[in-house]
Design a protein around this ligand. Structure first.
Ligand SMILES: [Zn+2]
Length: 108
């Protein structure tokens, strides 16, 4: 799941000094969907990721379009800008580190 990878890179690189903790999965389906790995985030990123995954689970479109191409902007104001920032930062980070495969996965 790309969002998980992107936010985890972002938090690791930008919030290394923050008190980071394992993301508390309340929803078992979500935990499975994310590949059952530990996600370590700071409190801010935990909030952002909770919001994003809640929206993802509630998406009414079937099949779900890519969020950036979607007509409905379901993220609350503020969160949308933050997610955009996360995607931009981690996208550039991955390109610099030669992980084009992950980028392609997100954009294709
Ligand atoms: Zn963070």
């Amino acid at each position: 799941m790309v969002l998980r990878d992107f936010i985890s890179i972002y938090c690791r690189e930008k919030h290394a000094g923050a008190a980071r903790d394992v993301f508390p999965f309340k929803d078992e389906r979500l935990r499975q969907a994310l590949g059952d790995i530990e996600l370590i985030l700071c409190p801010d990123c935990t909030r952002l990721f909770s919001h994003a995954t809640a929206k993802l689970m509630l998406c009414t479109y079937d099949p779900k379009p890519m969020c950036k191409k979607c007509q409905t902007h379901c993220y609350a104001p503020g969160y949308r800008e933050q997610i955009r920032e996360v995607m931009k930062f981690s996208g550039i980070y991955l390109i610099k580190h030669g992980r084009i495969d992950l980028i392609a996965h997100y954009y294709l």
